[in-house]
Structures are given as structure tokens and as C-alpha cells.
Design a binder for this molecule. Structure first.
Ligand code: C2E
Ligand code: CA
Ligand code: CA
Length: 454
């Protein structure tokens, strides 16, 4: 029964006059019209995202026996098209895209213009090759659009499976697959696969568990000894964080640090590790045991934190640790990012007696001229430098780099020495210090202390 059939009931319930009732019905009709309009994209007339989710979900639910794919499409270079061909050129391309999508897809597909240059299709399929054919057809037909720029559509695809039958999820997954080929002109499409799913689940787990991990002391301090390649003696250590997850075991920092950096929690976690390091050194000094410097990693986010400098100074006071026992490692790219702040912070900390080390040297683009003026005591040469040490070109690069660094008066440590070939060549070049698996892997702090005590 529609509203018109129920006039009298509505009128009675709402206690309305005839005029009021007419006005009421008119306003309801208008609202319904506006709603239909607002579910369409203004330019192309395709469903907007909200209405796509709604309609596609209906189709999915009504056809539980069929397999569906959500394909998200995006132009790698739409900005360039807009800039060089004007707004009209850009709009024209979007209209052409909508037309191609409508013509190439079957009746059972649901189409969407999500925003700007992002489109989506949900379509039934039997096997994956159909989807690839579909994409190829789109690609060809889209390139028929006449502008003097080659347009580059890229596609991310997510297939419905047992636990992925939500359109919202499929859309997000397809976008993630798309993101993996962003900027790669040779790859035009990517399927959301098991690896991506695994990564996604891991990220979700990290996001939800990391805060309590800090509280529950699942975060542990590991230390990797640094050694002299001449004598094998331990000359220092690097503090490396480990997350001992109750179900997953040890989770590598490479997978959870990016998540922590995203929401700023890295600051809290670093503070925890730093405090453990100061505590450990302070205890050893108090007990008259052997002490060598330990480096701590400084995430680049600290540079924007006003308390950063002072917190290191107050830790050294709190635990009675002379600052020369703590080395601050900041990556080469970190030094390049916001040079004024970093220059000031690191200069200040050096004036307080801390040593500063440039980590992962060789992965960024600092020139020797820039290096000359950096407030840096030590250069930590990245593992990448020595991986293909048999190659004569690599050898000559290492030789010259080491010479120049020495001329600048910087200490040098090489990361990732794993075998004797690497060691022998480095010693020949005059490098003495290393941190590498050939000698020690990162270990629990207690083990490190036992080693030092020997
Ligand atoms: P990094 O600072 O460059 O640390 C050195 C990494 O190289 C460590 O990995 C270490 O285990 C590894 N490594 C050392 N020697 C060798 C070798 O001979 N062969 C190979 N294949 N690898 C070697 P790890 O512990 O997984 O740490 C990864 C990265 O996570 C670190 O790179 C650092 O950027 C970050 N990280 C670790 N702990 C912390 C922390 O407490 N705070 C912050 N902000 N970042 C941390
Ligand atoms: Ca480091
Ligand atoms: Ca490093």
C-alpha cells in the first residue's frame, strides 16, 4: 500500500487538515526525488559509491550461487590529462569511460563512478580469464578517446569467496590490489590475493593489539652486538625492538613499525625501548661491569615532537648514564626530510655528549657535500652496499665511499656482514666495525649482557 492509499490513516494519526496533508505528501515526494538524484554522479549518471554498495549488495544476496568480482579502475595519470587537456578534456574522458563501461558490461553488472577518476564494476564471472578479457576490452575502447595523451587506466580486482561476500570489503580489497601496481606502467591489473589478505589481517591484528602489547610488556628489548672485525671483540650494540605476541610469537619490527608510525604510537614505543637501554647501562655502571655504547633508533616522527631532545637528556640523568654511552641512529632519509629541525635537534644532543649515527647510508641520496655539514659522528653503511661484493664495480664503489667518509672524519660501521669474503674486503678497505649475522644476530638483552660479562 502506498502513501496515497493511506491518506486517511496518515491524516488521522498526524491530526492534519486537508491542506496540511497535501503539503506533507508533496514534501515526501520531493525528498524521494532528491534521493534518487543524489545517488547518481552528476557528470556520468552512474551510481555513486553509496548507491553502488546498496545495489551490488542486493544482487550478491539474491544470487548466492554465483561468483562475482568487483573491479576498481583508476587513471594513473588523470591529473596530467586535466592539466594538459583542460577540464573539458578530463570530463570528456570520464564521460567516455562511463559510456564504455555501460556498453561493455552485461545487464547483470552494477556500475559505479566513485569519485574523480575512480570507477567500479561488480560483475558475475565463471573463470578469471573472462575478467582479464573484460579489462583488455575496456583498455582498448578507452584508448579510442581522442586526446594527445596516452591515458593509462589501471585495474584492481577482488573475487567473492567464502568469507569475502561483502561489497564494501570487496571494493576495499580491489583498491588495495590496485594500490600495489600504482606507478608501474607495465602492470595494468592486479588481483587481490592471499598474500595481500595475510598482510591485511596482520595489519588489523597489529592495530588492534599493539596498544595493549605496550601495557602487557609484550614489547621486548633485543640487542645485536657490534664487533671489531680485527679482534672479534664486542665494541657496542644496537637496541632492536621485538614484539612477542602471545599467539603469533615474535613479530618482526619491519611489519609493525610502519603501523605504529602511521598513528604516532612509535613515539611511545621508542620511549619504552630507550628507557630499557638507559636502565640496562645504568645498572651495569652501578655494578662496575663492562660497558660499551648502545645505539637506539630514532624514528623520524620524533623530530616533530618538541619533548624529544629533553627526554633523552632526562633519561641520562635519571639513570646516571653518561651520554657518550648512547648513540642516536637516524636514517639517511630522515636527515634529508626536515633538515632545519633535525640539524638543530642533533646539534643540541651532540653538545650534550650524545653521538649521532646516520643509519642505512647509501639508501638515500645525500651527497658528500651535504654530509660534510651534517651533525653526524658515524656513518652506518647499509647492507645493500656489500651484498654483491664479488662484483668489481661494487668493490670500487665501496672503496671510494670509505675513502671519502674517512676524509670527512666520520667513523664508519658496516651493516650486514654475513661472510668472510665481505669481511676480508672491508678490512682491506680499512673498515673495522661491523654489525652482522656473521658474528651475532639480535638477541635478548640478558644474553647480550652474559656475552659482555665473559
Ligand atoms: P635497522 O636499524 O637498519 O636495523 C638493522 C636490521 O638489520 C635489523 O633488523 C637486524 O636484525 C638486521 N641485520 C643485522 N645484521 C644483519 C645481517 O648480517 N644480515 C641480515 N640479513 N640482516 C641483518 P630488525 O631487527 O628486523 O629491524 C628492522 C628495522 O626496524 C631496523 O632497521 C629499524 O629501522 C627498525 N627498528 C628496530 N627496532 C626499532 C626501535 O626500537 N625503534 C625504531 N624506531 N625502529 C626500530
Ligand atoms: Ca638502526
Ligand atoms: Ca640500518
Amino acid at each position: 500500500m502506498g502513501l496515497n492509499d493511506n491518506r486517511n490513516i496518515v491524516k488521522a494519526i498526524r491530526n492534519m487538515s486537508d491542506n496540511e496533508l497535501e503539503l506533507y505528501i508533496y514534501s515526501l515526494k520531493k525528498m524521494a526525488e532528491v534521493n534518487v538524484e543524489s545517488n547518481k554522479m552528476f557528470l556520468t549518471g552512474l551510481n555513486n559509491l553509496k548507491s553502488f554498495f546498496y545495489k551490488a549488495a542486493e544482487v550478491l544476496m539474491a544470487n548466492l550461487d554465483k561468483k562475482y568480482a568487483v573491479i576498481v579502475m583508476d587513471y594513473a595519470n588523470f591529473k596530467v590529462v586535466n592539466e594538459f587537456c583542460g577540464r573539458d578534456g578530463g570530463d570528456g574522458l570520464l564521460l567516455h569511460t562511463a559510456k564504455v563501461l555501460e556498453e561493455e558490461s552485461s545487464e547483470e553488472s552494477v556500475l559505479c563512478h566513485a569519485r574523480a577518476d575512480i570507477f567500479a564494476v561488480m560483475m558475475p564471472y565463471e573463470n578469471q580469464s573472462e575478467l582479464v578479457d573484460f579489462i583488455r576490452r575496456l583498455d582498448i575502447r578507452i584508448s579510442e578517446y581522442k586526446i594527445y595523451y596516452k591515458v593509462l587506466p589501471a585495474f584492481g580486482i577482488c573475487l567473492s569467496d567464502g568469507d569475502t561476500r561483502s561489497v564494501n570489503n570487496m571494493y576495499d580489497y580491489a583498491r588495495m590490489a590496485l594500490a600495489t601496481i600504482k606507478g608501474k606502467f607495465y602492470a595494468r591489473y592486479a588481483f587481490f590475493d592471499a598474500d595481500m589478505k595475510e598482510k591485511l589481517l596482520l595489519n588489523k591484528m597489529i592495530e588492534s593489539d599493539i596498544v595493549s602489547a605496550l601495557e602487557k610488556r609484550e614489547i621486548e628489548l633485543f640487542i645485536q652486538p657490534k664487533v671489531s672485525m680485527l679482534s672479534g671483540e664486542i665494541i657496542g650494540g644496537e637496541a632492536l625492538v621485538r614484539w612477542n605476541h602471545p599467539e603469533k610469537g615474535y613479530v618482526s619490527p619491519g611489519s609493525f613499525i610502519p603501523v605504529l608510525e602511521k598513528d604516532g604510537l612509535i613515539i611511545e614505543m621508542d620511549m619504552y625501548i630507550w628507557e630499557e637501554v638507559f636502565k640496562l647501562i645504568g645498572e651495569r655502571i652501578k655494578q662496575g661491569k663492562k660497558v660499551v655504547p648502545i645505539s637506539i633508533n630514532i624514528s623520524r616522527l620524533h623530530i616533530f615532537d618538541k619533548r624529544f631532545k629533553e627526554s633523552l637528556v632526562s633519561l641520562s640523568e635519571k639513570y646516571n648514564v653518561p651520554s657518550e654511552y648512547v648513540v642516536l641512529e637516524l636514517t639517511e632519509s630522515g636527515f634529508l626530510e626536515d633538515s632545519t629541525n633535525i640539524y638543530e635537534d642533533m646539534s643540541y644532543l651532540r653538545s650534550k655528549g650524545f653521538k649521532v649515527s646516520m643509519d642505512d647510508f647509501g639508501t638515500g641520496y645525500s651527497s658528500m657535500t651535504m654530509l660534510k655539514n651534517q651533525p653526524v659522528d658515524e656513518i652506518k653503511i647499509d647492507r645493500g652496499f656489500i651484498i654483491d661484493i664479488e662484483d668489481t664495480r661494487s668493490q670500487s664503489i665501496i672503496k671510494h665511499t670509505v675513502e671519502m667518509l674517512k676524509e670527512l672524519g666520520k667513523s664508519i660501521i658496516v651493516e650486514g656482514v654475513e661472510n668472510e669474503t665481505q669481511r676480508d674486503f672491508l678490512v682491506e678497505c680499512g673498515c673495522v666495525a661491523t654489525q652482522g649475522f656473521m658474528y651475532y644476530k639480535p638477541m635478548k638483552a640478558e644474553l647480550y649482557e652474559e656475552l659482555l660479562d665473559k
